[in-house]
Design a protein around this ligand. Sequence first.
Ligand code: GLV
Ligand code: GLV
Length: 324
Amino acid sequence: MLPKVYVTRKVPPDGLDILRKSGQVQFEMWDSDDPVPRVELLKKVKGCDGILCVLTEKIDAQLLDAAGPNLKVLSTMSVGFDHLSLDELKKRGIRVGYTPDVLTDAVAELTVALLLATSRRLIEATHEAKTGGWGTWRTLWLCGHELANSTVGILGLGRIGVAIAERLKPFKVKKFIYTDVEPRPELAKMIEAEYVSLDELAKQSDFLAICCALTPETHGICNWNLFSKMKKNAIFINTSRGGVVNQEDLYEALSTGLIAGAGLDVTTPEPLPTHHPLFTLKNCVILPHIASASYTTRNAMSALAANNLLAGLRGEPMPKELKL
Ligand code: GLV
Ligand code: GLV
């Protein structure tokens, strides 16, 4: 009998084609854009050899117990893995695939777009133009902050941080600085970035981009302590995970003018309730977690997730396997 696989969400065509044409698995898919209800998911994974999931599914002890002892492979269509209980997966000897690299360009591109939208106040500006606020051309109206001659800080220097810096460099950024748990000399060299402490990163950055994974160490790392050291003109950009930010502290920092603006592609929770105080702030641009959302990239992510799954089920090395 072919290995049994459950796919927790409607997968983009490239990934779906690979699963269909492989002839290697019998799979069932939750054929919807909305998440599968948890009770349904717990039923569907029973007896599966593999699961292909997305980042809204919590893969924890309860789910792994529901799946049972046949489960050998978990493939997530995401680069982030904070929705997975890695200890529980490791304990059970389940191999894990994820999708780094293929989304780097799309995420870097969106991060630059969000940064510029925030620093040059594009969302406010289109709103003014549309709703009658555009009375005349005014000298300091809708002024923002420019990248030329600025210092850009990166919290968590990986592939994505480097790709962001490469794209920002032509905007005449003066200096790149970064912090991480330890220096990353090879990556830093590519963008001539200087390693500094978290304190210095906060103090020196005109633009601060958050590019780290969400882990117990980075949870809430962007808090009052950090914001209070930042420049008044600073723009804070987060395209990693909402959990790295203390949102109450960010709200205070934005509403009291401690920092100039924030662009967030990720929040806690997701979706952020429409009545959330952050939505009342003109200097906060909020996007619904779309950093990797290009047709090319989402298809590539689905193909990689499918190939990880199939390789794992064959007992071969996965194209991109998470080391547990
Ligand atoms: C998106 O947030 C991802 O982790 O791929
Ligand atoms: C702006 O449009 C200018 O002419 O300075």
